[in-house]
Design a protein around this ligand. Structure first.
Ligand code: A2P
Length: 330
């Protein structure tokens, strides 16, 4: 499976299994199915609440002798309630324990903004009106601690997620260890060409989450946050994607993933379905012709294509580091 050399000097497989919205029981089976199907890159996060099950699957796979730890690339993320310098190592250590690993391949600052934890310390605190309690975020101080994780050997590469161009540029200006990866929502309906260019110019590798347009998000946001006011792009059923897939004898999912991978953007499609996990991995034995790349480029809807704008966190748009303020004004 193709890999990309990161600025940290480590290789990251261009295809990983995403586990956002994978319930703990499903996540364990999905990770095992993915490892058996040849995936070597697994993406999770503290806020997904499935690190333990992801770790169980990795341990089962290692114990049965199918492969070695060094072959795997495991990513997890510092949660929004841990976005302060003193908490970075604490949350990283907790994740390592849950994942039952001695080191992480990649640790990401999950979100550029910070919520105060509630009394359980596990979830964000809320005001009486349901809005989240916001806290100031000092990216520079947090990044210093992320760099310490690399120096102490707990983590091999570090990066950020959901940062906008401005936030990334600022981070690049003071980082001693440059961010190796930026993980953001990226798919044909939200291509973010300027952000892509900034990453290319700065040797930051992009990882695309929701590369299939996250068809599970409508139900997820409705069930978890009671929100029902979304107009998401249905890219898997876009007639132009289907036309390309039929002509190339591939599936729409394979076309959408290949579109990104062919541009050296890593993808982490989420699936808990073993057949779809295999389907999503069969993207390295064909190329999209340039005309099809151009057709797919024309499906960009700009900010209107965004699915994950975090407004399901009530009040987040008031945070000084909320990344999509300018989009809300459009
Ligand atoms: P499931 O987990 O039941 O397979 P994204 O990675 O863009 O967030 O998309 C994940 C969503 O897409 C999940 O709801 C997942 O459902 C579904 N999915 C994953 N792979 C495929 C595929 N090859 N074809 C259609 N739907 C898919």
């Amino acid at each position: 499976m193709a890999s990309k050399l990161l600025s940290s000097g480590h290789y990251m497989p261009l295809l990983g299994l995403g586990t956002w919205q994978a319930a703990p029981g499903d996540a364990e089976k999905a990770v095992l199915a993915a490892l058996e199907a040849g995936y070597r890159h697994i993406d999770t996060a503290t806020v997904y609440k499935n690190e333990k099950e992801v770790g169980n699957a990795i341990q089962s796979w290692l114990k049965c002798g199918a492969g070695r730890r060094e072959e795997l690339f495991v990513t997890t993320k510092l949660p929004h309630i841990g976005n302060r310098p003193n908490d970075v190592k604490i949350y990283c250590t907790k994740s390592l324990q849950s994942l039952q690993l001695e080191y992480l391949d990649l640790y990401l600052v999950h979100m550029p903004f910070t919520f105060k934890p509630d009394d359980t310390g596990e979830a964000p605190a809320k005001h009486n009106d349901g809005t989240f309690v916001l806290e100031e975020t000092d990216h520079k101080e947090i990044w210093n601690e992320m760099e310490s994780l690399v120096k102490s050997g707990l983590v091999r590469s570090i990066g950020v997620s959901n940062f906008n161009s401005k936030q990334l540029e600022r981070l690049l200006s003071f980082a001693e260890i440059q961010p190796a990866v930026l993980q953001v929502e990226l798919h044909v309906a939200l291509q973010q060409p300027e952000l892509q260019q900034l990453c290319r110019n700065s040797c930051v590798t992009l990882t695309a989450y929701s590369p299939l347009g996250s068809p599970g998000s409508k139900d997820h946001f409705k069930n978890k946050y009671g929100r029902n006011d979304f107009d998401f792009p249905d890219i898997l059923n876009d007639p132009r994607v289907i036309e390309i897939a039929e002509r190339l004898k591939r599936t729409p999912a394979q076309v959408l993933l290949k579109f990104l991978v062919q541009q050296e953007i890593a993808v982490i499609p989420k699936s808990v379905n073993p057949q779809r996990i295999i389907e999503n991995s069969q993207i390295f034995d064909f190329e999209l012709p340039q005309e099809d790349i151009e057709r797919l480029q024309s499906l960009d809807r700009g900010p209107k294509g965004r699915i994950v704008n975090f407004l399901f966190f009530k009040g987040v748009e008031c945070h000084a580091e909320y990344p999509f303020v300018s989009e809300l004004q459009q």
